[in-house]
Design a protein around this ligand. Structure first.
Ligand code: ACM
Length: 269
């Protein structure tokens, strides 16, 4: 597929069983094999589950460090894949997302804004978010709670992202899904949130309920695809990356060129 052509996105929403890496991997492979797409997007921590301890995430990394089976999939099917996973690098442990493309090195984004108890497990990402290319489309990655920080989407848009891929394990019903319409509109980018469903419990008995409603938004903030609140599902949508390159929000207003960064006090007190 050449520059400027339609891109077929596959969005995958699933339940994830904590500590059942092998079963989760089988489910992921089955889901991505079921659709022909240019890019597959899966939830945050898609193989490991979410309500785990640092030690449990480290053990998962030891057992499932190889991404070879997914790399084989993208080579064989001539596609690309973005999914969330724990990433161990030396003594550091990150809540990360990986981008796999044919004949390319894996690229990782390490979650910058950790949510609540994630701070007990993961080190915060220490590198700025970046944009990568796949078939002429520019891709940025954010993970779940990063949605609360508008600087993330703006930074990716300023780097030329056409699409923000957003693996998630959302627990606050509807908030992100609504806010991301603004992120898409104010930056004129496509946004694809791949959320999960199901429940998990921490050892102290507190529960998390994941909210589904995975979605793809257009650069005008329109919902192009929405999955249900409670069911697993995999769906395709066609997007044209060129739509994200038109940054005129009115005939006289360019979303990026009309900014006044010299007047924004971003550091506060
Ligand atoms: C989240 O960042 N997983 C809520």
């Amino acid at each position: 597929m050449g520059e400027g052509s339609l891109m077929k996105l596959a969005l995958h929403q699933m339940d994830i069983l904590p500590g059942r890496g092998e079963a989760n991997r089988r489910k992921i492979l089955q889901a991505i094999s079921s659709l022909d797409a240019d890019l597959h997007i899966l939830p945050e921590l898609a193989e490991s589950g979410y309500a785990r301890s640092r030690l449990q995430f480290e053990e998962h990394c030891e057992e499932f460090s190889s991404l070879e089976i997914y790399q084989e999939f993208v080579e064989h099917r001539n596609t690309a894949l973005i999914m969330g996973l724990p990433l161990k690098e030396g003594y550091a442990l990150y809540n990360a997302a990986v981008l796999l493309r044919p004949k390319e090195e894996a690229v990782f984004y390490r979650k910058i804004h950790l949510f609540d108890r994630e701070k007990n497990c993961f080190d915060p990402g220490h590198l700025p978010p970046e944009v990568h290319e796949h078939r002429g489309m520019k891709l940025g990655m954010m993970i779940c709670f990063d949605w609360v920080f508008p600087e993330m989407a703006r930074s990716l848009a300023l780097q030329g992202a056409d699409l923000i891929a957003h693996p998630a394990n959302l627990v606050m019903p509807g908030l992100c899904q609504t806010s991301m319409k603004t992120r898409a509109l104010e930056n004129a980018v496509f946004v694809a949130t791949a959320n999960r469903i199901g429940r998990e419990e921490f050892p102290d008995g507190s529960k998390l309920c994941f909210t589904g409603e995975s979605q793809v938004l257009s650069p005008r903030g329109e919902r192009l695809l929405r999955l249900s609140a409670g069911d697993e599902g995999s769906e395709l949508v066609n997007i044209d990356p060129r739509e994200a390159r038109d940054k005129m929000i009115t005939a006289g207003n360019h979303l990026m060129e009309d900014r006044r960064p010299e007047l924004y006090r971003l550091e506060g007190q």
